[in-house]
Design a protein around this ligand. Structure first.
Ligand SMILES: C[S@@+](CC[C@H](N)C(=O)[O-])C[C@H]1O[C@@H](n2cnc3c(N)ncnc32)[C@H](O)[C@@H]1O
Length: 265
């Protein structure tokens, strides 16, 4: 199996933690609402894949209580090893090779499968680990939704150049930048049932949580963006100014959230 190609692997520790926490601050409320819709309760066993900085793991551990359990898996567990809830187990692993004794009532991932070219391998593993009647909650982006809406003309152009570079970067690595929008059909093919689908497309201005988090990504991935030939260093500078300007509005990406159930035995 090819080595994981996670694009933020070489990011500086403090910058990556800051970026992951910015994601959590913006997106945890929607993720929690989706997970609550499954009926999560005490004694459930949950698997959090690509746990990042760990806020969803901590939250699920509270929801399932001492009689339940949360297994948090990530390629890189540096930000979650310190979780000191007794019902949390942290595991450093590539989800594509995940092999566990446990089976789970609920499996959640957010912004993880998009980073895995052979995400079908990961999904197959996850479905094996899901109990009959168990719930899968997947949340993945669709970057093809990105576009500048309002702002200075040159800054809007730069924003759109950077958006093109993001699409190209994913494509060059064999990853699907629009994976989020394809999830419902993919999950149907995998035989999942009771699909509940949401497409969140926030319209964000500079200084908002989404714009700030995307600026952090641009600063960390600047060389990867310019290497595509679709954006220059100047475009990235302009993109960062755009992301700070409260009068500049854009769609940075869409998030597709799918809650689905595995057939009962
Ligand atoms: C964009 S971050 C999202 C973190 C968290 N899910 C969130 O939304 O707050 C992606 C996470 O997935 C992890 N990851 C990427 N590829 C992975 C793989 N093949 N197996 C396990 N974890 C992976 C990364 O290390 C990183 O922590």
């Amino acid at each position: 199996m090819a080595k994981s190609q996670y694009i933020f692997t070489s990011s500086q520790h403090s910058k990556e933690l800051e970026r992951l926490q910015a994601i959590e601050q913006v997106f945890d409320p929607a993720s929690q609402r989706r997970i609550q819709s499954t009926g999560i309760t005490e004694s459930w066993r949950c698997l959090e894949v690509g746990a990042g900085a760990g806020s969803m793991t901590r939250w699920m551990a509270g929801a399932v209580g001492e009689s339940g359990k949360v297994v948090a898996v990530d390629l890189d567990t540096r930000f979650i090893t310190g979780i000191n809830q007794s019902n949390v187990e942290v595991l450093e692993a590539d989800v594509r090779n995940l092999s566990l004794e446990d089976s789970f009532n609920l499996i959640h991932t957010r912004y993880v499968l998009i980073h895995i070219p052979d995400f079908q391998v990961a999904l197959t593993r996850l479905l094996k680990l899901l109990e009959p009647g168990g719930w899968l909650v997947l949340e993945e982006p669709d970057f093809s939704a990105a576009r500048a809406i309002a702002g200075e003309k040159a800054a809007c152009q730069s924003m759109n150049h950077v958006n093109q570079s993001i699409l190209q970067m994913f494509e060059n690595r064999g990853m699907d930048y629009a994976l989020g929008s394809k999830l419902p059909a993919i999950l149907q093919e995998f035989g999942l049932q009771q699909l509940c689908v949401e497409n969140d497309v926030p319209l964000s201005n500079g200084g908002s949580g989404v714009a700030t988090m995307m600026k952090m990504s641009a600063l960390q991935l600047a060389e990867k963006y310019t290497a595509t030939g679709k954006a220059t260093e100047k475009d990235i500078e302009q993109y960062c100014l755009f992301a700070d300007d409260e009068r500049a509005w854009a769609i940075y990406y869409a998030t597709v959230g799918v809650v689905a159930q595995k057939a009962a035995a």
